[in-house]
Design a protein around this ligand. Structure first.
Ligand code: LLP
Length: 412
């Protein structure tokens, strides 16, 4: 549920008319709703009931500093995958003891920065990485708390590019390798194995794969205890899907209940790393129609947002609902909504039934708050879009639109 809705014949972001935002800030424009973000964060934070837990928003979904500050203010921690994301999180005032660091390719300078910041833990994805962290921690005379990321070999039943918990994926260690890594960690003087981690994929629309992975992890944690490794944190990653079109994913409360049921009688702190489920439907991308044209095969609506602004349709064939900002009653036609970029893969929608819109009108691309701006680029020398956050009837600019000067600022 979100707070972008049609009232009085036009689209509103909370208490602000989207048309007014488009006119004030220009397009393409990312618009986020504070009330929606807050609601989604609380849905996770209350999902686990009495269980000790930490909700670590996944920065890769949306790393805007204002948005992170807002979530941090609600009590959120974050899941990071790079030194750059650590920098964003610390700048936003996120409590370092609520930061978990995932990713298969952590570099020495990133590990040092994270140890210096005293983050909660590293989610370690290989034996080599473990040794590397152990060596750096010893050099810095700073203990490194770690989890081993387990690859539970569970099919998340989602898009192959965003499946991560299958044997053939690059992520984590299988249980046999993980057992060896825990023993290694136990012996390493500056490494504290405190947790167990997994993340099986993204945009999951069923509970079963989560439960299957969780059961495997718990059985493994029990076996580890015999070897003297006592796990305190269980990090189940992110991955809960959202409704882009007609999907009906489980609610955070459903996932929470399944976790509570599976953990009965255990004293573990559960960490979740939701990204999409918090930010996805809390953001829209507003664009203006530039031209329309009709070929013998297709109708095209050419807009000022492109694959450099929102790459998900091009990259994953993802569906994003598109609606008029100020709807008018008129005939619907089947169109491709495309951007100005010189690639045939530059589309926001294909074969979509939409009202026959005209140049100058604004359209909203929904569910764009996660993996929208963060995956944007300057391809075709297009300055990146601006971002604003709406709170009731107030709007704050969270990032200004890039300029031509920004495009070449780093070139010598
Ligand atoms: N934790 C880890 C270790 C992850 O790799 C991810 C996402 C998350 C948490 C957050 O997952 P979420 O709750 O957002 O599903 N660009 C793709 C999604 C890639 C997800 C990568 N990992 C897309 O636009 O669909």
């Amino acid at each position: 549920m979100d707070y972008f809705e049609y009232r009085d014949g036009e689209l509103w972001a909370e208490g602000v008319r989207v048309k007014e935002l488009a006119e004030r800030f220009g397009t393409p424009l990312y618009v986020y709703s504070k009330r929606t973000l807050t609601r989604h964060y609380h849905a996770f934070d209350t999902a686990l009931g009495e269980l000790d837990h930490l909700t670590c928003f996944s920065v890769k979904a949306n790393g805007n500093v204002s948005l992170l500050r807002l979530l941090g203010g609600l009590g959120a921690g974050v899941d990071i995958v790079s030194g750059g994301e650590l920098h964003r999180a610390l700048t936003a005032g996120i409590d370092p003891r609520k930061i978990v660091f995932s990713g298969v390719g952590k570099q020495e300078h990133e590990i040092r920065d994270a140890l210096k910041a005293d983050i909660l833990m590293f989610n370690v994805e290989s034996a080599q990485e473990l040794k590397h962290i152990g060596r750096i921690a010893a050099e810095m005379n700073t203990p490194a708390r770690i989890s081993i990321r387990i690859n539970p070999d569970v099919d998340p039943k989602t898009h192959p590019y965003i499946s991560t918990g299958l044997k053939k994926n690059k992520f984590g260690l299988d249980m046999l390798e993980a057992a060896g890594a825990y023993l290694l960690a136990k012996e390493a003087p500056f490494v504290e194995p405190v947790g167990m981690d997994c993340h099986i994929g993204s945009q999951l629309t069923q509970i079963d794969p989560f439960v299957e992975a969780l059961k495997k992890l718990l059985a493994f944690a029990d076996r580890l205890q015999f070897s003297g490794v006592d796990i305190r944190y269980l990090d189940l990653g992110g991955g809960l899907g959202i409704t882009y079109n007609e999907e009906a994913p489980p609610l955070p409360a459903d996932l929470g209940q399944a976790i509570v049921d599976s953990l009965a009688g255990r004293t573990l702190t559960v960490i979740l790393e939701p990204g999409r489920a918090i930010a996805g439907n809390a953001g829209i991308l507003v664009t203006q129609v530039l031209y329309t044209k009709k070929s013998s095969a297709k109708n095209f609506v050419i807009v000022d947002a492109a694959m450099n602004d929102l790459v998900r349709p091009s990259l994953y064939g993802a569906y994003h609902r598109i609606g008029e900002v100020t709807p008018k009653y008129r005939e619907k036609i089947v169109v491709d909504v495309v951007g100005p970029i010189c690639e045939s893969s530059d589309f926001l929608a294909q074969d979509r039934r939409l009202p026959a819109v005209e140049p100058g009108e604004h359209l909203a691309v929904f569910s764009a708050g996660a993996y929208g701006f963060t995956m944007s680029s300057q391809y075709n020398a297009r300055p990146r879009a601006a971002e604003v956050i709406v709170d009731g009837d107030q709007t704050t600019q969270a990032r200004r639109r890039e300029t031509y000067a920004d495009l070449i600022a780093l070139e010598i």
